[in-house]
Ligand binder design. Structure first.
Ligand SMILES: *Cc1c(COP(=O)(O)O)cnc(C)c1O
Length: 398
């Protein structure tokens, strides 16, 4: 039997006092009140009968799946989306009863048994896969029908059965014993783009596929299509449910979708100054001496590095916040430590807190800032923080 122990993550968010986080060199702060606010705000865009699935795959985009799922369910989400079977089991073992859709592919007998045992709900994309599910459920004498979700490929070219030939597949699944179709869904490839041509095409294909399925007399209880970008951009994509990841965590899929609702970033990354020193003009800093001081300057060493999830490609490019000011990072980012230029601030002490990502007063450094500098997307930045950083909720006091 599969268990989440196989890839166990440290996903609970601890109140700050219990983790003695004040003695930590670096940590991730998770603001669950902001998460709750984001879901309430996003729900305002939806018709009351549209359900909200909080996508909590990849340990809730690095935020801690169990705490995020519990908060999301209290704040108006009624479904959870994960990528893998162990991610679903982790939520069930934490006592979460809400329906959980596995967005990724599952097809081995072990996965089917675990899905049945833990009452998870799989995504089905092919006849072969549907037959495996039906056979295994028969072999284990499954005592009811497994709720399954049919995924159509309408233009993402990832998981899904081809939208043009989906009717035969849906009919086959509808006739198989032990399986019950809970929903039909598809996924948008370009919903965050300013150019909505492909999104419109996918929407049309989805509509046309649903029409052919209805024509053969099959009742579909639930339809869903929108990710964060689809949810923010167009009400006609909402259908019976939206599947929201990034926006739940307080980030916008793209700048032009930023005006629809007020979202608050949930995650901040903090670390402490561990050492302070003065260096003379012409002195090299860190591996490779990629930074050489052009004057006498003061440096602080901060206890966080690429092994915690700061991309090494930000070396000599990133800034951090200290006492509400942006200060530059200098030299190569190392595994566990970075150096910052504190010449502009007097009397910096060991133990002071530096904001690596987040806000101090008027200033902020966002995952989008890093994504732009690195030519990637904020989703990847959020998922990059390692579990060596404890997740703490600064608002919970014991
Ligand atoms: C990850 C994922 C989502 C959520 O995407 P966001 O852009 O983070 O909102 C929705 N649906 C599917 C199928 C996904 O894999």
């Amino acid at each position: 039997m599969l268990s989440h122990q196989q890839n166990k993550s440290v996903s609970s968010i601890v109140p700050c006092d219990t983790y003695a986080w004040f003695s930590q060199r670096a940590w991730v702060e998770i603001d669950l009140a902001a998460l709750s606010n984001n879901i309430l705000e996003l729900r305002k865009l939806l018709s009351p009968r549209t359900q909200f699935m909080a996508v909590v795959k990849a340990d809730a985009y690095g935020h801690g799946a169990v705490s995020v799922a519990q908060t999301a369910l209290k704040s108006g989400a009624s479904w959870l989306g994960v990528a893998t079977v162990p991610e679903g089991i982790e939520l069930r073992e934490a006592g979460i009863k809400a329906p959980i859709l596995i967005l990724g592919a599952t097809y081995t007998p072990e996965q089917v048994q675990a899905i049945a045992h833990w009452q998870l709900q799989p995504t089905l994309c092919s006849t072969k896969q549907a037959l495996i599910f039906s056979d295994i459920l028969e072999a284990i004498n499954f005592d009811s029908s497994l709720q399954v979700h049919i995924k159509l490929d309408t233009g993402m070219s990832r998981l899904g059965t081809d939208w043009q030939h989906c009717a035969e597949f849906v009919q086959l699944v509808a006739r198989l014993p032990y399986l019950q179709i809970a929903s039909i869904y598809s996924h948008l490839a370009t919903a965050d783009s300013l150019d909505n041509t492909v999104m419109k095409l996918q929407h049309q294909r989805f509509e046309s596929a649903i029409a052919t399925i209805k024509d053969i007399g099959i009742e579909i209880p639930c339809l869903h299509l929108a990710n964060s970008a689809g949810t923010l951009s167009d009400k006609s994509l909402h259908y019976d449910m939206v599947r929201v990841g990034l926006a739940v965590y307080g980030l916008y899929p793209s700048v032009h979708l930023g005006s629809t609702v007020e979202l608050k970033p949930v995650l901040q990354v903090k670390a402490r100054v561990t050492h302070v020193k003065t260096i003379e003009k012409g002195v090299g800093v860190s591996y490779g001496h990629t930074f050489i001081s052009n004057k006498q300057m003061r440096l602080a060493v901060v206890g966080i590095g690429y092994a915690d999830g700061i991309p090494r490609n930000l070396s000599n490019k990133m800034q951090v916040l200290l006492r509400g000011l942006k200060v530059p990072q200098v030299g190569a980012i190392t595994m566990d430590q970075i150096m910052i230029d504190i010449s502009a601030i007097s009397d910096v002490q060991e133990g002071e807190i530096v904001t690596i990502l987040g806000f101090e007063g008027e200033q902020q450094i966002t995952a989008e800032d890093w994504a732009n500098q690195l030519n990637t997307i904020s989703w990847e930045i959020l998922c990059s923080f390692k579990h060596r950083l404890p997740r703490v909720n600064p608002k919970i006091k014991k």
